[in-house]
Design a protein around this ligand. Structure first.
Ligand code: SF4
Length: 232
């Protein structure tokens, strides 16, 4: 096994502490099957896991698998989604479309490769890696959401600001077997301690290892939206 570089060693030490702080870290999208996780992850774009988890019980009670969802009308699915989610028409179109493709090309099952998953409507690299990591523990990369993005920057693991660059940096710092759990752990820490606006540095169990401790407010946050000037 190749020797770890100093940055790999330091990042690994901090990650080990985070694992101790969040031993129960896991994917917080409720699901019982690969199909349910795939659909829930597609629905989670631009919204919270909490709202998705309030939506999917009704959705899966009516359409529990790819075959039933493939036969549903987009309008009926959209009507269920719109109770809690935005972009409901597009999301309904995507999940019915992906169910049809699962039935037509994969016998109604969720495929187990990145290349096949990203061919499904509404499924990008991030969604595919959630499913590959959570269901089969074989992700092809690190899932970089807003929390992972912020934490990776605050912990000094990358200077990149775009998800692709951050993913590449994290894949270089951590061994493949850590990739899936790394995301869950960072997301847990981001949701419970290292908040975007007011990180709880005083209560943070890794503040001694964090280069941004007590000065992180403006690190890793999205730039404020520019207001367009009002034209009279
Ligand atoms: S010390 Fe502060 S900025 Fe660093 S990880 Fe902890 S909460 Fe986040």
């Amino acid at each position: 096994m190749p020797r770890k570089s100093k940055p790999q060693q330091q990042a690994g030490d901090t990650y080990a502490k985070l694992r101790v702080l969040h031993p129960d870290a896991h994917c917080e999208l409720d699901h019982k099957t690969a199909f349910e996780l795939l659909v829930a992850t597609v629905l989670s774009a631009q919204t919270t896991d909490v709202l998705v988890n309030k939506t999917t019980p009704k959705l899966f009670a009516r359409w529990p698998d790819a075959r039933s969802l493939a036969a549903a009308s987009v309008e009926d699915v959209s009507a269920v989604l719109r109770e809690r989610l935005g972009m409901y028409n597009q999301k309904a179109k995507n999940i019915v479309g992906l169910a049809k493709k699962l039935v037509a090309e994969h016998g109604g099952e969720v495929p187990q490769t990145l290349d096949e998953l990203i061919e499904l409507p509404g499924v990008g690299r991030k969604t595919a890696n959630v499913v590959l990591g959570v269901i089969w523990d074989k992700p092809e990369g690190v899932v970089v959401d807003t929390h992972v993005q912020r934490l990776a920057q605050r912990l000094g693991w990358t200077k990149e600001s775009k998800p692709e660059g951050i993913e590449k940096a994290l894949c270089g710092l951590f061994p493949r077997e850590d990739w899936a759990m790394l995301s869950h752990t960072l997301i847990f820490h981001g949701r419970r301690v290292c908040f975007a606006r007011k990180p709880a540095c005083a209560a943070c169990g890794i503040n001694e290892a964090c280069p941004c401790a007590f000065k992180a407010e403006n690190v890793g946050r999205k730039p404020p939206r520019k207001r367009l000037p009002i034209v009279p």
